[in-house]
Write a protein that binds this ligand. Sequence first.
Ligand code: DGY
Length: 315
Amino acid sequence: MKPKVVLTGKTWPIPFAKLQEHCDVQHWEGPGPIPRELLKVWLEDAEGLLSVNHGTKVDEDLLDAAPKLRVIAQSGVGYDNIDVAACTKKGIPFGNTPGVLVEATADLTFGILLSAMRRIHEGWGWVRTGQWREVMGTDLYGKTLGIYGMGDIGSAVAKRAQASGMQIIYHNRTRKQDDGHLGARYVSFDGLLEEADCIIVLVPLSEQSRGMFGKEQFDRMKSTAYFVNASRGPVVQTEALYDALKHNNIAYAALDVTDPEPLPGDHPLLGLSNILVTPHIGSATYETRNSMAMLAVDNLLAGLAKKALPACVNP
Ligand code: DGY
C-alpha cells in the first residue's frame, strides 16, 4: 500500500506525477489556502505533508493532529511558517528547496532595484496611457549597494550589481568566513544603513529580524536611498516605511514581499508615487518553480523511505 501524503495546493505536472507514482495523494485544489481544520482531518492518517507555499502554519498543534506523520517538505527556501524545533522534537525531518531558486530570485531582486532606479515601470505606465513622457532615473553605475543578508541569493545579486558597476557592502549577523571572492566589503549594520545608496534586504524572517527596519533605521539612511525588500514582509515595519517614503526621508522602495501579504488594493503604500510592489514572485519562473517542486518531492520521498533528505533543515 502506498503511504498517504497531503499536498496543500497546486504543483507542477512532472513532480506531481512522481509523487503519485509513490504515494496516495490527498490534494487541496482550492479555492484559497486549505482550511486549517480540514488540514488537521486530512493529516490524521497521513505519513507525509507537502506544503507548496509558506502560508501553511506547521506548529505543535498541527503536528499533534498528525500522529503518523514521518516527513514534511515545503516548496520554498524560507520556512518561517514551520516550527522546525517542534518537528525535530517529534523526530520529523523537514526539507526545503535552497539552491534551485537562487538565480531566478536574484534576477527579480536586482530587476526591481533596476526598475525603481531607472523608473522602467513608470515609463511603461505613461506610454500605455498614451503619454510619451521622459522619466528621469538615477545611475546604478558608481553607486554603493548594501546587502543585508549575504547568503546565496545575496551573492548572486552582488554579481549582477558588480556587472552594473556598483560597489558592494554587506552585513550579516556573523561575517562570512569566505567573503574574499564576493568583492564585497563587510560593514556594521549601522554602517550599511548610513553608507549605502541602495539597500537590499534578503535576511530570513526570524525573531531577531522581525521588524528590524523601522523609523530609526530609515532615519539613518540617505534621503536618496533606494530600499528593496525581497525576503519577508514582516522584516520591515510597514508604517515606518510608509512614513519614510511619504516624507521623502528615503527616495524609493521596491518590494517583492509585504506585510500584510497580499497587500490590499486600498493599502496606503499603494497611494505613494515612490514605490514599486511586485506580488512575491522572486522564484516565480516556470523552470525554477518546477525545480523547487521536484526537490520538495525528492525530500518527501526520501523521508518516507527513511533516507536522508537532499535538503534537510533540522539539525
Ligand atoms: C521562498 O522560497 O521562500 C520564496 O520566498 C517563496 O515563498
